[in-house]
Design a protein around this ligand. Structure first.
Ligand SMILES: Nc1ncnc2c1ncn2[C@@H]1O[C@H](COP(=O)(O)OP(=O)(O)OP(=O)(O)O)[C@@H](O)[C@H]1O
Ligand SMILES: [Mg+2]
Length: 244
C-alpha cells in the first residue's frame, strides 16, 4: 500500500475562535484504508475532514493528498483537486430539490463535462440499489435512498478519496446500517474512505481503523480486526445490481 494522505503538524484556529480547533495533528492514511474518525462534539473531526478535502486551509502545517501539497495550490487548483480527487458525503445529503436523483448524481460529472455520464450515472445508481428511483425528485425518496443518491454523486467521478461527515447521523438504524454496509463494500473493492461518526458501534463494526480525537488532538489510533462485514448486508444493498 502506498501513502495517500499525510497531515504534518496541523493547527487550525478559526477567525474569532478562542482556542484552536486543531492543535498539532500529524497522521498518514494509506491507499485502500477505511478509517473512522471519532470524538465528542467540538473535538475537530469536521475541521480535519474539511482540510483533507481541500474545502479549507490549515493555519499551519501541511496537507498532502495523492502527491499534491494542497498549501501550494491556488484556489482554482484546489477546486480542480476537489473535483478530480474527492467525493464528499454530508450528514444532511445536500441534494438539490429541483433536480431528479439522477441529475443530482450527474452534477460532478457535468463539471468535468463527461459526455457519457448519464449511462454511467444510471449504472452506478443501480449498483447502489437506487436505480428504480433515478428519475424521482429527492422529496419523494426516503432518507436512506437520499443518502445513497449522495454517495452515488460522490462516486461519479471515481474519486481517489471518499470522505463522509456523519453520513448516518440523520438516518434510522436500518438505513444507517445499509449506508455503512455500502461503504464496507466499496472499501473491499479498494476505495479509500475516511468517515466521521459519533457511533462507536458503527465505527468498530465497519471501519478497519479508528482515530479518536479530543480537543483538536489525536488521542488514539487503532487498527482493528473488523468482525462483522456480513455478506448478507452487502447483498442487500446490491440487490439491483446486474451481473457484471
Ligand atoms: N466556521 C467556524 N468558525 C469558528 N469556529 C468554528 C468553525 N467551525 C468549527 N469551529 C469550532 O472549532 C472546533 C471544532 O469544530 P468541529 O466542527 O471540527 O468539531 P466536530 O468534532 O466536527 O464536532 P461535531 O461532532 O459537533 O460535528 C469547535 O470548537 C467549533 O466550535
Ligand atoms: Mg462535525
Amino acid at each position: 500500500m502506498s501513502e495517500l494522505v499525510r497531515l504534518t503538524d496541523i493547527t487550525k484556529v478559526y477567525q474569532g475562535g478562542v482556542t484552536g480547533a486543531l492543535n498539532g495533528v500529524s497522521l498518514a492514511i494509506e491507499e485502500g484504508e477505511f478509517t473512522a474518525i471519532m470524538g465528542p462534539s467540538g473535538s475537530g473531526k469536521s475541521t480535519l475532514l474539511n482540510l483533507v478535502a481541500g474545502l479549507d486551509r490549515p493555519s499551519s502545517g501541511s496537507v498532502t493528498v495523492a502527491g499534491s501539497d494542497l498549501g501550494r495550490l491556488s484556489e482554482t487548483g484546489l477546486a480542480r483537486f476537489r473535483r478530480d480527487r474527492i467525493g464528499f458525503v454530508f450528514q444532511f445529503f445536500h441534494l438539490l430539490p429541483n433536480l431528479t436523483a439522477l441529475e443530482n448524481v450527474l452534477i460532478p460529472a457535468r463539471l468535468k463535462s463527461r459526455v457519457s455520464a448519464e449511462s454511467a450515472g444510471r449504472a452506478l445508481m443501480s449498483r447502489l440499489g437506487i436505480g428504480e428511483v433515478a428519475d424521482r425528485y429527492p422529496s419523494r425518496l426516503s432518507g436512506g435512498q437520499q443518502q445513497r443518491v449522495a454517495v452515488a454523486r460522490a462516486l461519479i467521478n471515481q474519486p481517489t478519496l471518499l470522505l463522509a461527515d456523519e453520513p448516518t447521523g440523520a438516518l434510522d438504524t436500518k438505513s444507517g446500517d445499509q449506508v455503512m454496509a455500502l461503504f464496507a463494500e466499496l472499501h473491499q473493492e479498494g476505495q479509500t474512505i475516511v468517515l466521521v461518526t459519533h457511533d462507536p458501534k458503527l465505527a468498530t463494526r465497519y471501519a478497519a481503523r479508528v482515530i479518536s480525537m479530543l480537543d483538536g488532538r489525536v488521542i488514539d489510533d487503532a487498527r482493528l480486526e473488523t468482525t462483522e462485514r456480513k455478506p448478507a448486508d452487502v447483498i442487500r444493498v446490491r440487490s439491483e445490481e446486474p451481473s457484471r
